[in-house]
Design a protein around this ligand. Structure first.
Ligand SMILES: *Cc1c(COP(=O)(O)O)cnc(C)c1O
Length: 400
């Protein structure tokens, strides 16, 4: 527990709640109540039931034979891609929606970048008959149009965000602005970011991932501790969930993989650990991409779920404390790794998850090493990008 948030809402020098006065009551209410509510018997019963019968948990821990031979280690994939709606985001959306209901809120507000979090939130709001408003940058709406249609079909109101560069960070700003004007709504953040208690709360809710890994590994290998756990990292929610129950076990090496875009030496990157510095973003002190005047720099990655110009405060702390080793993969490396998994195991991974897979080449593995890679999502949403790089089917078709 030594890497968790302290009673003041900090992870070492990171975290806190830098919020406007108007949100003070809402944040204090969450801070005071969330832990008790999400650990209560009634909440846990509902949460677990939905995870089992609606999401399809536990997700499998799949042993990759060919990959294991290739890397000369035992490689397992934690299959979050098999969750309903196609990624780990639904765990968090369900957890927080149940909490919102406990708090008596009937309206859910959320931001989305690629649309994965928006779709997960709209899905659970449809199931629970809650009003749902999703803020999405106009640029992202164009790039991820099918997710916009999914959200609208599910009954959500999708509000285009026209400020800034019209992507995720602007959508977060607009959601916060909306929440300030509508404090009766619940703001459902999609990652381990934002003011305290969001980062810890999202980590707590996503910890189901490592809870399952431990049980599954114990059954298969006779030990619940692997040598490595590897996960991609944008804000940090799938990594937090995957690492959670291993944080205090120093025998388990934890590896988080950022998206370095075109490379950390270029300006087109999303690596807040390699290229960022200390500053406040979306309500917490953390590591962020910023210029000399403290203006947020746009993040770039081919994978829409990783192009966030910051990293959750918990991970800024884990980096400083050297508990988590941070690697990075470029667009090109991720695409290759995604293609490789598709051909070697018959699984098309989300481009985000492909960044984690690409890092396997950079870890000095030994024959008996047990390695868990979290496959955070499925690649259906990225199929056009894969096509553009490897096949160009769509172009050929339009030519004929
Ligand atoms: C959103 C997303 C991510 C990145 O978010 P984290 O909070 O860092 O996990 C990674 N993979 C997929 C499939 C996503 O949808």
């Amino acid at each position: 527990m030594k890497y968790f948030v302290d009673k003041n809402g900090y992870y070492g020098e990171f975290g806190g709640a830098f919020i406007p006065e108007m949100l003070h009551d809402n944040i204090i209410e969450l801070q005071c109540k969330y832990k008790k509510l999400i650990t209560s018997y009634t909440y846990q019963k509902l949460y677990r039931e939905l995870l089992t019968n609606y999401v399809g948990r536990p997700t499998p821990l799949f042993f990759c034979k060919k990959y294991s031979n290739q890397y000369n280690a035992k490689i397992y994939l934690k299959r979050e891609d098999l969750n309903h709606t196609g990624s780990h985001k639904i765990n968090n959306a369900i957890g927080q929606t149940l909490l919102a209901k406990e708090l008596g809120k009937r309206k859910i507000v959320a931001e989305t970048g690629a649309g994965q979090h928006g779709v997960a939130t709209a899905t659970i709001c449809a199931l629970m008959h809650l009003e749902c408003i999703i803020f999405m940058g106009e640029t992202d709406m164009k790039r991820q149009y099918s997710n916009v249609i999914r959200m609208k079909s599910l009954g959500a109101e999708v509000v285009p965000v026209l400020s800034g560069d019209k992507t995720l960070k602007d959508a977060v700003n607009e959601s916060i602005r909306y929440w300030i004007n509508h404090p009766e709504s619940y703001y459902l953040i999609g990652s381990t970011v934002g003011p305290h208690p969001y980062p810890q709360m999202v980590a707590d809710i996503q910890s189901i991932i490592s809870e399952e890994i431990k049980m599954q590994l114990e059954k298969i290998e006779g030990s619940s501790s692997p040598n490595y756990v590897v996960a991609c990292i944008g804000g940090g929610s799938n990594a937090a969930g995957s690492f959670y129950h291993f944080l205090d076990d120093d025998s388990v090496k934890l590896i988080a993989v950022e998206a370095s875009g075109l490379g950390i030496k270029t300006k087109k990157t999303a690596s807040a650990i390699q290229c960022g510095s200390k500053g406040v973003l979306h309500g917490s002190m953390t590591l962020i991409l910023q210029d000399q005047d403290g203006q947020i720099l746009p993040a770039y990655s081919i994978s829409p779920g990783l192009d966030y110009p910051g990293i959750g405060p918990m991970f800024a702390h884990l980096f400083v404390k050297k508990r988590v080793n941070f690697l990075h993969s470029t667009d090109e490396e991720a695409l290759q790794a995604g293609y490789e998994l598709t051909r070697s195991e018959g699984i098309i991974p989300a481009l985000e998850s492909a960044h984690a897979l690409a890092a396997l080449k950079k870890i000095p593995l030994h024959k008996k090493d047990i390695v868990i890679v979290t496959l955070s999502g499925r690649g259906d949403k990225d199929i056009n990008v894969y096509d553009k790089f490897f096949f160009n089917f769509s172009n050929n078709e339009s030519n004929t």
